[in-house]
Structures are given as structure tokens and as C-alpha cells.
Design a protein around this ligand. Structure first.
Ligand code: SF4
Length: 473
């Protein structure tokens, strides 16, 4: 079947793409690559991948595309679900013969309610969807495809689940799809060099953080990986296809979950002479950090979440604050930059723990930070815990406001959702508006004209973001 893979248009600047962990409008223009959709797109001949938010495509232009295809696979998320269903309905109205399926974490954990949301939806994928979609696109009857919930006349039928993929090397590279269908300059992440390319070299994370969406929905808790040699081949391909790329980001949940593999991969990357970065937990030993640094590692994206030990225990982070301190000091010593991510409003949060975490962030001083509001996504143990304890302020799904900005979906008897919401801006201001940080950023801007232009644009976007939040509150 002639197949369209679509990341649908959404709120202005909405980053809900497959690589995005927090689907929301960002503080500054940011887009992750639609890596999850690109994978089956690499397995379906003559398919087309359209990433509407990153391309700035309108709903009308996307709906028009419905005519040229027999199958459309839309990636959806909890915050964008209602909007994505409306787009699915408009596409079906434009081309009633179009078979239409939804994929992603939201439908994987809510297959029944998701397919019942509209008769325009023919199937939803119940988990990893690469081979599922490949089979459907090859014309296999829906009744024979494992891993889906589908519509047959007036009935909704859930087929047997599909086992998760074990042989990650067997999946074709997404880099060919990036070259075929994407404009890599569309993809911005504030802390990565531009243009960058990101993709997965493995799926799953060994940790069990209660809020974390992907391992609890699509990826699982075993880190399933491609071999270092296959990763190096993909990176070599990036170099050949996109000589303008300045950095490669490995979007695996925790690239450092398998230390020997991380070191072996780093050594191969070193031979290729590329600059790269990845997600890491704050427990990587100095020796491994050094091997990675010596072989082109520029930056680590590290989820600290909180500076309060009890909160880390509450969310099952499997991390001690002292380890995080030592790890960060090691990275500073080695010259590895860190983008640190923090969350306000996790279980156990109080005004005092927010203060403690802000001070912790100031003390360890990552190069840049991202602060998110705790979001209880359906399918996570945090969501269950929030339901049981009556912490959910709004009905399920309201993790963003109508304009796509994140709102606090949780509140506690001792801490209102408004206080949690306001803490985010306070956190950013107290981290960035310090003489030390202002000095660091100014120095960085003075190093190059392109960095100067970029940081000025991001600064303007950041102040606009703060103003919009202010208005919203
Ligand atoms: S370590 Fe990171 S990716 Fe793994 S479960 Fe925790 S938050 Fe998610």
C-alpha cells in the first residue's frame, strides 16, 4: 500500500515528535526527529514520512495529502490525541478509502478507548509498531496482524500482542529516510549544535522511574541494542549524506546503561572523527566518561529530576544525590558539557524541596537546564499513584493547556498546582540570572557570530515563553 507516515500538525511549535519525552510546546524553538515513525518508514517501500510541526505544515495541506495514499499511519501522544483524531477524521472524509492507523505510547496503553474515539480510525498499535505497520502496508489482513486493535464492521477486536523486537540490528537504518523525506535544518535543540541528527541505537531502559513514559509503554526495561559496528555504519552514513551536520545525538533512553558497549561504540566513533552526545544517567564512572570524551563526546543529557533524596526514592530513580554530585564534578573536570533536566511537582515535593533542588542545580551548575512540570501520563506508575492518591487535578490527558504549554496535572494537599506552575519560572530565573551563568553564556556568545545570533534568538523566545506563562497564570 502506498503509505504516509505522519506526525500531525498541532499547537504552534508543539514538539510531540516520537523522540520527544515531554510532548509540549517548548521554551524555545525545539524539535526532535520523528525517529519512531522513521523506523517503519524505512521498512515500507515508497512510503513518505511527513513531520508537519517541524515543517510548519497546516492542517489543510496535510488533509490534502490523504488523496495520494492508501494507508496513513499517524503518530499521536496524550496531549495531542484529540487534535490528531480530528485530523484523522478530516483525512478520512477527504479520502474514504484511506486505511488509517494511530501509533505511539498513548494508543499502546489505551487501545480500546483510542479506537473508539472515532470511526475514522481503522486500527491502533498496541506496542512497538515497526513490523506491525510493515505487515499492514504489505497487505496482510488486519485480522492476521498481531499487535493491533482494529475495527471490523461495528466491532472492535484486539489481536494477540506482538513480542518486543530482540534483533535490533535487523532494523534498517532511519538515516536513509531522513535523507529522503526530512529537511535536517528544521530540527533544533537549544543545547545541541545545529544542524544535528538524532536517532536510536537501542530501545528500553533498565531504570524504573515512575514518571517516565517510554520504558513503561513502548521500550521496556531491557536495553536492546544495535551493535557498535552497526551504529558506526549509521554514523558514517550521516557523515556522507549530511556533511553539514555538526553533532550526532543518540536518543536511546540511557545510552550508558551498557557501559562496555558505550565504550566500544565510542572507540569506533572516535575513528570517524565525529562530535556526538547522548542521554545518560548520573552514575557513569570517570573511566567510561573519559573514554567517551576522548572519542568525540561533547555533551550528556542527564535527568537529575530533583536534589532531594527522598523524592528520588519516591520516584524510584535509583540514584543518590552524592553520586550525581560526583558524576557532575567528573564531567566538569573532563570538559563534558551537561544539559541537566529537572522536574518540579513530583511526589513528596514541598516548597522546601523545590528550594533544595534549585540550590542543588546552582551548585552542580550544568551548562544548561530544562525544568519540566511533573506530568502523569497514562500507562506510567506515577499516573496510577496519582489516581490512587487523588493528586490528578484535571481529567487524564490534561498535561498541556490549549496553547500547548505544559501545565501541572498534579497537586497535593500541601502544594497547589499554581505553586508548582510558578516554581518552574522561578527555577529558570534563579538558575540563569546569576552572574556566573550570565558570564558563561556571554563568553560562549563571544566565541562565534552564529552562536551570538542563536543565543539572542533563544533569549527572546525564552522571555516570550515566560510572559505567556505569566499571562496564563
Ligand atoms: S533513567 Fe531516564 S530513561 Fe530511564 S526510566 Fe529513568 S527517566 Fe526514564
Amino acid at each position: 500500500m502506498k503509505t504516509l507516515f505522519l506526525n500531525p500538525p498541532s499547537f504552534d511549535g508543539f514538539d510531540g515528535g516520537a523522540g520527544s519525552r515531554y510532548q509540549a510546546r517548548r521554551e524555545i524553538r525545539s524539535f526532535w526527529y520523528p525517529t519512531w515513525l522513521a523506523q517503519p518508514a524505512a521498512m515500507v517501500p515508497d512510503s513518505v514520512l511527513v513531520d508537519a510541526p517541524a515543517r510548519g505544515l497546516s492542517v489543510e495541506s496535510v488533509v490534502k495529502m490523504a488523496h495520494g495514499f492508501e494507508l496513513a499511519v499517524l503518530h499521536t501522544s496524550t496531549p495531542s490525541f484529540a487534535n490528531d483524531v480530528r485530523i484523522a477524521e478530516a483525512m478520512k472524509a477527504a479520502n474514504p478509502k484511506l486505511m488509517l492507523g494511530l501509533v505511539g505510547a498513548h494508543v499502546a496503553v489505551n487501545p480500546g478507548p483510542s479506537i473508539n474515539a472515532s470511526t475514522a480510525i481503522d486500527f491502533v498499535a498496541n506496542g512497538e509498531f515497526d513490523y506491525t505497520v510493515q505487515e499492514i502496508a504489505a497487505g496482510k489482513p488486519l485480522a492476521d496482524v498481531t499487535g493491533i486493535t482494529y475495527r471490523a464492521d461495528d466491532k472492535v477486536i484486539r489481536n494477540a500482542d506482538r513480542p518486543i523486537i530482540e534483533d535490533m540490528n535487523a532494523l534498517p537504518s532511519v538515516i536513509d529516510v531522513y535523507r529522503r523525506d526530512l529537511v535536517i535544518e528544521d530540527y533544533f535543540i537549544g543545547y545541541l549544535e545545529h544542524p544535528y541528527v538524532s536517532f536510536y541505537t537501542g530501545r528500553g531502559c533498565k531504570s524504573r522511574c515512575s514518571f517516565c513514559l517510554w520504558p513503561q509503554t513502548l521500550g521496556g526495561h531491557r536495553y536492546r541494542t544495535r551493535s557498535p559496528e552497526v551504529v558506526a555504519e549509521e554514523v558514517a552514513k550521516v557523515k556522507t549524506y549530511f556533511p553539514q551536520v555538526k553533532e550526532i545525538f543518540f536518543d536511546d533512553d540511557t545510552f550508558t546503561d551498557d557501559l562496555p558497549r558505550a565504550e566500544a561504540t565510542a572507540r569506533l566513533l572516535g575513528k570517524l572523527g565525529v562530535t556526538w552526545s547522548c542521554n545518560a544517567k548520573a552514575n557513569v564512572p570517570y573511566e567510561t566518561l573519559k573514554v567517551m570524551r576522548d572519542n568525540g563526546l561533547r555533551l550528556l543529557l542527564v535527568g537529575y529530576e530533583s536534589g532531594n533524596q527522598q523524592i528520588l526514592l519516591n520516584i524510584k530513580k535509583g540514584m543518590r544525590v552524592e553520586f550525581a554530585r560526583r558524576f557532575t564534578a567528573d564531567c566538569h573536570k573532563l570538559g563534558i558539557k551537561i544539559h541537566g533536566t529537572f522536574i518540579v511537582g513530583l511526589p513528596g515535593e514541598t516548597r522546601e524541596t523545590i528550594e533544595e533542588t534549585i540550590r542543588f542545580a546552582q551548585e552542580i551548575n550544568p551548562h544548561t537546564i530544562q525544568v519540566s512540570l511533573a506530568a502523569a501520563y497514562p500507562g506510567t506508575s506515577l499516573y496510577k499513584e496519582a489516581q490512587e492518591n487523588n493528586w490528578l487535578r484535571r481529567p487524564a490527558g490534561d498535561v498541556v493547556a490549549n496553547d500547548g504549554l505544559q501545565i501541572s496535572s498534579l497537586e497535593y494537599p500541601h502544594l497547589s498546582h499554581q505553586e508548582i506552575f510558578e516554581a518552574l519560572a522561578t527555577f529558570y530565573k534563579r538558575f540563569y540570572f546569576r552572574p556566573r551563568k550570565i558570564g558563561e553564556i556571554t563568553w560562549e556568545m563571544l566565541q562565534s557570530w552564529s552562536m551570538m545570533k542563536r543565543r539572542l534568538r533563544e533569549g527572546a523566545e525564552f522571555f516570550q515563553f515566560l510572559r505567556q506563562r505569566n499571562d496564563a497564570s
